[in-house]
Design a binder for this molecule. Sequence first.
Ligand SMILES: Cc1cc2nc3c(=O)[nH]c(=O)nc-3n(C[C@H](O)[C@H](O)[C@H](O)COP(=O)(O)OP(=O)(O)OC[C@H]3O[C@@H](n4cnc5c(N)ncnc54)[C@H](O)[C@@H]3O)c2cc1C
Length: 297
Amino acid sequence: MDSIKSAIREIGRQRPLITMNLDVLDVTDVSFGFRRLTLHGHEIDEYSDPRAADAFKVMIPPLDALDRRSHAPVRDAQGLPTWPGQQDPLLRALTVRSLDRARRLMTVDVSSHSDGLLNLWLSALSPGDTVSISGMRAEWYLPAEIEQLVLIADDAGAPALASIIEALPTETASTHTHIIAPESTRDYLGAAGTEGSNSAVTFVPSLTDLKAEGIVGNGARSQVWIAAETSTVRTLRSVAKYDWNVNTQDLLARAYWHRGLSGTDVDARDLERYRKALDEGADMHSPQLAEDISLND
Ligand SMILES: Cc1cc2nc3c(=O)[nH]c(=O)nc-3n(C[C@H](O)[C@H](O)[C@H](O)COP(=O)(O)OP(=O)(O)OC[C@H]3O[C@@H](n4cnc5c(N)ncnc54)[C@H](O)[C@@H]3O)c2cc1C
């Protein structure tokens, strides 16, 4: 069956791990609560198969490092990225918000929250600094057979959501799609160029207030995409599976952050889980594996 899960697994198998060292052009406020990093460089040429909402890891050097380039990771025997001969850099996951291959420009939108390394690092960046990123992980695919679409994201998932909305075929965007996001993303999703589809966005005070009834109709093949905080994703994944009867192959539930844990803590926890699963024969490109690792306690 052609599905978001099977396609993402296949894309993951085919894509090489690419690392790009890019120059900072600009860091600006894009709307309340979001800052945009604009990157530029010829290494963008290596990113030859961009897809909506592609995700990558930014490699953050120590804030006082003289050389701000990070070495490219290589895959170890299990296929996981490692940095032989040097300490692993601090990593944070982000989304390609937009890409202009002709002008070799990439933008990345970062939601501001009170804590965290990412915002500290962004504040210290100046035009001309080098930023090293490594990826790309596919986060989106839409089979032609899908009849209804539900897209749910919080602030961290809003850049990916905005990128997906822009990529939707016009007919899908107007007639078969429910988009649900918190009030805190209203300005961003408007300012980020998704005005045309804004009427379809339902803004809720918080994603946990979501009323499950009336979103997915009986019988139609539905795809559900969720990108938010771990416990919220867990709850919404259950709603999709048990209230809406969505086939797990048509469900992508991504934990974009974990309340009370830094990205470094989450990566360290998940790396152990990945190593164990891969030893037991799991497929490292399977989005189901990623879902189980990040959502199952
Ligand atoms: C595939 C993928 C794509 C992503 N794309 C984006 C993107 O494009 N833009 C974006 O802004 N984020 C994105 N995220 C989320 C981002 O990676 C995490 O939010 C990350 O933890 C932020 O790092 P930090 O250094 O700000 O905070 P950390 O140092 O990781 O965490 C410090 C504290 O802040 C809390 N925290 C972390 N993130 C948030 C948040 N968003 N809101 C409130 N509290 C938080 C943590 O629980 C912790 O207590 C993505 C995540 C994934 C997995």
